[in-house]
Design a protein around this ligand. Sequence first.
Ligand code: PRX
Length: 643
Amino acid sequence: MSEGPCLDQRVEELVAVQSFEPPAAFREKARVADASLYEKADQDRLAFWAEQARELDWDTPFSTVLDDSRAPFYRWFEDGRLNASYNCLDRHVAAGLGDRVAYHWRGEEGEERAITYSGLLHEVQKFANALKDLGVRKGDVVGIYLPMVPEAAVAMLACARIGAVHNVVFGGFSAEAVRERMAVSRAKVLVTADRARRKGRAAEVKGALDAALDELADLRHVVVVRVGGGGAGAGRGEPCPMRTRRDVYYDDVLASAADTCPAEPMEAEHPLFILYSSGSTGKPKGIVHSTGGYLTGVSYTHRVVFDLDAERDVFWCTADVGWITGHSYAVYGPLANGTTSVMFEGAPDYPDPGIWWEIVERYGVSIFYTAPTAIRACMRWGSEYPAGHDLSSLRLLGSVGEPINPKAWVWYHTVIGRERCPIVDTWWQTETGSIMIAPLPGATATRPGSATHPLPGVCANLVDGSGRTVPEGTGLLVLTEPWPSMLRTLYGEEERYVEAYFSEFGPGTYAVGDSARRDTDGYYWVLGRVDDVLNVSGHRLSSGEVESAIVAHEKVAEAAVVSEPDELTGEAIVAFVTLRGGAEGGPETEADIREHVSARIGKLARPSRIIWPTNCRRPGAARSCAGCSGTPCRIANWATSRH
Ligand code: PRX
């Protein structure tokens, strides 16, 4: 009989437990098992960061650690030079680790590829040369819009090798979102795929982009990775439409490229990438990260938060490379530390909800990092799926992207971690580049739902609206000192950078945009956004962006978007929509609007439900209507609607 039901019973018993000490067996072997790292960072924060930076290989060592003379435009390790791709690849190969697996890649139909560090270095050099052959130079922007295939990491590292700035767009975003992000960053080249596979079907990618890409004056080439049809779904084997002169196949350009491409030393402050993320207005923010500071932050946090033993661990961060979590903990952090990672192309429930646990068993995953939404989905599918696999290789579990509810935390701890594995709940943002608040798993007692304390080197506080410290209770989360992996600016929008992050409390204090509670023991409990940013399944979306997409629908007069709590996705989008000419909404229009939002932004931005305030004719229903199920409506000119 499956042990699933016994595990579920144990979850019920443990929900009442408030605090979990690091398991003794874990603590004994942990990298950090006491407060010494905090003490060291407190004694001399800049010296501490310099020491972390020196774990990397520098072509020119830096002599200054932080230049804050133009705050909030901070500069770290400014006179140093290094190359991110060299640090992720060449130095490990030079140290004799060329045969170590960098990625166990698993395709959704069960295909496997083991890519070693020397294999990855070879392909990255070739693709870096291919990019050069296509005219890409240092400082040029290269877009990447790919599913979870190894070529995504190759393309990122190839850019880093020659100083091109990558701009990855999540594969779930629409053609319109790709166009917008390529247009504003003036990308010269876009690397994409012929198709993307999802749950046994194959969807056209490049073909679906063509109309949008044709509008981009700066885009010179589109490189197409042949992912192929796979599965039994539509699209298998169909040729991909190619625009002459503009479009080239990845394998063709690779075949004709030279084998060696030396990594070019970059100034520490040279931008490594831009990643667009939602802000509180409709327009996404182009978050810019540096080379030296970013790599310092991700490699340091990857080592200490995940208690990394690069010789033994197999690390799996389930995030897509299209998000910051994928950049920092599926690519740069693990590779900088010479780690073996798993990369999985597919969905967590295809071919069935046991697939993640089958993968953990197959590759001996020891550190597993995912989002609360995924954990809640696994809970819903049932404990029998993980219970059916040998998960004894796991020794540490991580969570990221949204607050984790205690029930999901305890389920993760019991059913996946079998009470053996500490959980690191990691709080951070696209802007912070790397983890900011999290336990050190061998040293920190954890509390379900709390990301615990700021990491050594990170200075956080809770303040009220006028910037005064809130010693205990709820306040606004701020970061009070700069840190190496912080964003440097918003691409092409310096004023917006200052305005968005440093205007509320002055140039020395970074306004996070989250509220949090601090308990009597100094534990931080991040509660959620205080601005108009929504968090659906750990994915960040702006209500303004969704509203603009809805209003762009020909039938729509006005729209307001709020979120409501959702058991599975954390927050779900609810849209209040009035139609032109006072028309009444119904299921057909609702489906139409959802499809429209999907086409403009992506499926993840579709409202879970639409409320039509104008359908409500109840006398006196001034603030809510039957359709609103009691939720107060936020439409600005409410009085003019037919309530
Ligand atoms: O509200 C916080 C939430 O996600 C926001 C950042 O989103 P994004 O830039 O997309 O980065 C997500 C992955 C790092 C934060 O402002 N958030 C992230 N991690 C946590 C969290 N909320 C609570 N607990 C977390 N561990």
